[in-house]
Design a protein around this ligand. Structure first.
Ligand SMILES: NC(=O)c1ccc[n+]([C@@H]2O[C@H](COP(=O)([O-])OP(=O)(O)OC[C@H]3O[C@@H](n4cnc5c(N)ncnc54)[C@H](OP(=O)(O)O)[C@@H]3O)[C@@H](O)[C@H]2O)c1
Length: 260
């Protein structure tokens, strides 16, 4: 009997140690919510952050049926909230940190230079560029203490000099993602010394806005994919990362590296 108890205890300890943790920002909708579901389906413990958990209905319902999902309130532009959350999770390893929250300023698209709104531009840069950097700074030790040691900054091929299409006037969005790419490339060197693999990742052209059907939206966006496809392929891409991938830019499609 004592032997059986010992084996059971050993089994529980090994299982507890083997559980990997992912931390995702902007997880109440779109790609972030898709990633929560994908990692949960693979048995991960998910720290799902969003700025207003009270109105994150779908996330709340999903979390109620899965006790490995922890919902945390986080506005990614708020340094005080980031510091408090970092402190709350101190001594807890985070295997994969995904900076997903982002602003897609579609209302600003196509505006000519003379109409560029700098207050709005600052807001977009704060969310798309500085927030991932702040969060990397606050959680690098948690990631360094983990088994997987991976940081994924959800960027966009729209921020790539090599791959961006020639759609005009996406000044603010493209600028914010191009700047995130360079932060990622540059910071990866320092974090690489801690054994962390840091990458930028393009999630695909994703049907994350649900105000029109996938079929309708597909007429307007060539190569449009569903949130589910994006999340499943991001999962596989991230799972396949090795330290040799540090400081690189990847597509959501497994094995496809992008040029900066
Ligand atoms: N969809 C695409 O085709 C596509 C293509 C390339 C790259 N991306 C990138 O993929 C990421 C996710 O995009 P998506 O399509 O899923 O966008 P989405 O559906 O518009 O969702 C954006 C998410 O970011 C959150 N967010 C915005 N500002 C925030 C803040 N200050 N604090 C915390 N959360 C904040 C939103 O939360 P609220 O609900 O509170 O606003 C929401 O959860 C973004 O970084 C985007 O740039 C998307």
């Amino acid at each position: 009997m004592r032997k059986l108890l010992f084996v059971l205890l050993l089994f529980i300890t090994v299982c507890a140690q083997a559980e990997s943790t992912v931390f995702i920002t902007g997880s109440n909708r779109g790609i972030g919510l898709g990633l929560v579901k994908e990692y949960a389906a693979h048995g991960w413990r998910v720290i799902a952050t969003c700025r207003t958990p009270g109105s994150a209905q779908e996330l709340q319902t999903f979390a109620q049926a899965n006790n490995r999902i922890i919902i945390e309130q986080l506005d990614v532009t708020d340094s005080t909230e980031i510091a408090a959350l970092s402190d709350k999770y101190r001594d807890q390893p985070i295997d994969v940190l995904i900076n997903n929250a982002g602003l897609l300023p579609v209302d600003e698209w196509n505006k000519p230079l003379k109409e560029l709104d700098f207050d709005y531009a600052r807001k977009v840069f704060d969310v798309n560029t500085f927030a991932p950097v702040r969060i990397m700074q606050a959680f690098m030790d948690h990631v360094a203490a983990s088994g997987e040691k991976k940081i994924v900054n959800i960027s966009s091929q729209a921020g790539s000099f090599a791959n961006a299409s020639h759609e005009p006037r996406r000044y603010v969005y493209r600028g914010s993602k191009a700047a995130l790419n360079m932060f990622t490339f540059d910071i990866a060197y320092e974090l690489g010394q801690l054994g962390i693999t840091t990458i930028a990742l393009h999630p695909g052209v994703v049907h994350s806005q649900t105000d029109e059907s996938f079929e309708e939206a597909k007429q307007r966006f060539a190569g449009l994919i569903t949130v589910e496809e994006s999340a499943a392929k991001i999962y596989r891409t991230v799972a396949g990362l090795t330290p040799a991938d540090n400081g690189k830019f990847f597509s959501y499609e497994p094995g496809r590296e992008l040029s900066w």
